[in-house]
Design a protein around this ligand. Structure first.
Ligand code: ZN
Length: 165
């Protein structure tokens, strides 16, 4: 059914454009947490989300925001389902999402071994301000549970880093 597919794509765009409650510079689509939108019947839609971290409280806020957006679009019956497998990883952040993170001074996680190459054992986190890899961990938990606070040894600027899975 072509119309349904088109409608689902439209609803997916709507749900995906909801800003992440913890990192409002990113949309849920850019963060890569929106898995699937399925129209079950007239006015009924199911949205599948994968949380960034198990127990990340942001999932509640995300669900509420998606429900509101789809209600406003004429779907009174919205169910948001949390899908744990396959698990979200920082690799799911889109290229645009990574660019925005860097722009806002948050070090984007490195994409690991996409071409099957060896994954480096040393974790060098690059400073988003000056590009130095000489950075130190200040706190495992930053403003949100999903980020760590680091400081650059070269320029002394603190920055948030997405913890990798
Ligand atoms: Zn620096």
């Amino acid at each position: 059914m072509v119309t349904d597919t088109r409608l689902e794509a439209e609803l997916r765009d709507l749900a995906g454009s909801v800003p992440d409650p913890e990192l409002p510079v990113l949309t849920l689509a850019e963060l890569g947490v929106l898995r699937d939108v399925h129209v079950d019947g007239p006015g009924r839609v199911t949205v599948r989300l994968t949380p960034t971290y198990t127990g990340c409280p942001a999932i509640e806020a995300m669900s509420a925001d998606i429900e509101r957006v789809l209600h406003d679009h004429g779907f009174p019956d919205v169910s948001v389902v949390t899908v744990l497998a396959p698990a979200w990883s920082t690799d799911d952040i889109s290229a645009e999402g990574r660019r925005k993170l860097a722009e806002f001074g948050i070090a984007p996680p490195r994409a690991h071994g996409a071409d099957g190459g060896p994954v480096p054992l040393t974790l060098s986190v690059r400073c988003p301000h000056c590009g130095s890899t000489d950075t130190e961990l200040l706190s495992r938990f930053s403003s949100t549970a999903c980020k760590a606070l680091r400081r650059c040894v070269a320029c002394r600027e603190p920055f948030d880093h997405f913890k990798e899975l």
